[in-house]
Design a protein around this ligand. Structure first.
Ligand code: HEM
Ligand SMILES: [Cu+2]
Length: 480
């Protein structure tokens, strides 16, 4: 195993995860409110539902990005020196963006969705003023600039320390036949790959944001709507995927503490991460399968690469995890349980995603709740479970009395797994019954699933509160 130095960025990372945990919980409550409104359990004005939908989408995706970034910073900091100042600049820009977005939505009443799909922000039908849409997009710009700084602050020291990106990606081992013992640790391979594709994604996102902003201010400035959609979904797809690929570093770095076996960079591991680097950018057209004006080759590429993308990495990660767990004396506590759950949930979540990635299925399913069904699996049971596992590990007790799983831990863990699985399953069932997504008001025959889903969501919210409050309490207690 590579040399593990003292952890230099614990305070900043613990602070980031406190924010992330609190915002996850808050956005979940908003999700619960939306689901209860679809089930007619409470009443919401339709425009307010769309404000909540916008804040939930933007807030969740942004927070997933923040927690992934915190995980990656923490572990990359074990291997190369990182600048704490750059990290705080990132956090400051991120929080400034959050303030802009919250103001735009709750004061400006922006309800055009987290995807700010062109030209929707500019044609609100008077539901919100142009300034609100502009402020929402400026919030994204601020977060985007923050992430560019972040990736620069991670990417440059990695490049210097490992002698270029090719070596950081482990290509000398993957393609050059070098001994795997010479490969960088998994955290570095992952960080190098994510840094490359997320930087490209954010630059594309920034370009379409600026174009949309100019269009808001100068309506005569024309933007090609299809091009804008391609750019937005390229950016959105890459960004949310990056959050998962950053958070999985927690699995590579933490699980070995429990199994006693280091997670090694093998040749296959290198090849899987190289595949991700290419495929994650090539598959985004699966978001445009219904756009008949798209060139067919792009859609076919989107479908075919959907099968290939994610699978290699997931297979390698899930398979290695099974190998490491098998026959080792795994110690189970809240952290290790959540991390293993996360790899399982991430694996399961790809199945309905791949089904939706088929053009023939997508034509029927795409605007149904099948879509939030599949992504809530690998968000709730994937990236968010990884984040909660990381948080539990950050404040793990060192006393023997704190080393196992308490009764409360067990209950919260069970409730979270059951609640998240049930909640997502109800979306999938609704989708299979052709219930449309993103509708504030549901027909009476859809309401039963909405209500069952609401009950499952309560389980998720309550168990999340247990995780986050326990983290905050222990944080207050622990030194540093
Ligand atoms: C208790 C947990 C959660 C609840 C109750 C919940 C609820 C909802 C609901 C009701 C919708 C709208 C579905 C529709 O289109 O009809 C939605 C959409 C969405 N949720 Fe969640 N959610 C939860 C957790 C999460 C998490 C953890 C994430 C990401 C990390 C997330 C990301 C999203 C996104 C991106 C959308 C799509 C927004 C859009 O269509 O514009 N959600 N959620
Ligand atoms: Cu996608």
């Amino acid at each position: 195993m590579a040399d593990v130095k003292a952890e230099p960025h614990t305070g900043a990372v613990k602070f980031s995860m406190l924010i992330a945990g609190a915002v996850f919980a808050l956005m979940m409550v908003i999700g619960l409110v939306m689901r209860a409104a679809q089930g007619n359990l409470i009443e919401l004005e339709a425009p307010f539902f769309y404000q909540l939908l916008s804040v939930h989408g933007a807030g969740m995706v942004g927070t997933a990005g923040l927690s992934g970034a915190a995980v990656m910073w923490y572990f990359v900091g074990r291997y190369v020196p990182l600048s704490a100042r750059m990290y705080w600049a990132f956090i400051a820009l991120f929080l400034l963006g959050v303030v802009f977005i919250l103001t735009a939505i709750f004061i400006g009443r922006y309800g055009g969705g987290w995807t700010f799909l062109f030209p929707l922000p500019a044609i609100s039908g008077e539901a919100w003023e142009p300034w609100a849409a502009a402020l929402f997009m400026l919030g994204y710009v601020s977060i985007g600039v923050g992430f560019l700084l972040y990736h620069l602050a991670v990417g440059y020291p990695i490049m210097k320390h490992y002698g270029g990106f090719a070596r950081a990606l482990g290509w000398h081992v993957g393609f050059g036949g070098a001994d795997p013992a010479d490969a960088p640790p998994p955290a570095i391979v992952a960080a190098a790959a994510v840094t490359i594709f997320n930087t490209i994604g954010i630059i594309v996102g920034a370009a379409v944001l600026v174009a949309s902003l100019v269009h808001l201010l100068v309506p005569g400035f024309a933007v090609d709507a299809l091009l804008a959609k391609n750019m937005i979904f390229f950016f959105g797809h890459v960004f949310i995927n990056a959050s998962i690929y950053m958070a999985v570093i927690a699995v590579y770095e933490i699980v070995p503490e429990y199994t006693g076996r280091p997670w090694k960079t093998s040749r296959v591991f290198v090849l899987a991460w190289t595949a991700i680097l290419l495929f994650v950018m090539a598959v985004y057209p699966h978001h445009l399968l219904q756009d008949v004006v798209m060139p067919p080759w792009a859609l076919v590429l989107g479908q075919v690469v959907s099968y290939l993308s994610g699978i290699p990495l997931l297979a390698v990660t899930a398979f290695s995890l099974c190998v490491y767990l098998h026959g080792s004396k795994m110690r189970w506590d809240l952290a290790s349980s959540l991390l293993v759950l996360a790899v399982a949930g991430w694996s399961v979540g790809t199945v309905p995603a791949i089904i939706d990635g088929m053009i023939s299925v997508n034509k029927i399913m795409h605007n149904t709740q099948w879509v939030p069904g599949h992504f809530h699996i690998y968000l709730l049971l994937g990236v968010v479970a990884m984040s909660f596992g990381f948080m539990a590990w950050l404040v793990r007790g060192t006393k023997a009395s704190e080393s196992g799983m308490s009764g409360l831990d067990r209950m919260a863990f069970g409730a979270y797994a059951l609640g998240a699985a049930g909640f997502a399953l109800m979306f999938l069932i609704s989708g299979a019954m052709s219930v449309p997504r993103r509708w504030a008001v549901h027909l009476p025959e859809w309401v039963l699933q909405d209500r069952i889903a609401t009950a499952f969501a309560v389980l998720v919210v309550v168990s999340t509160l247990v995780f986050v409050i326990k983290y905050a309490v222990r944080l207050g207690r622990a030194p540093g």
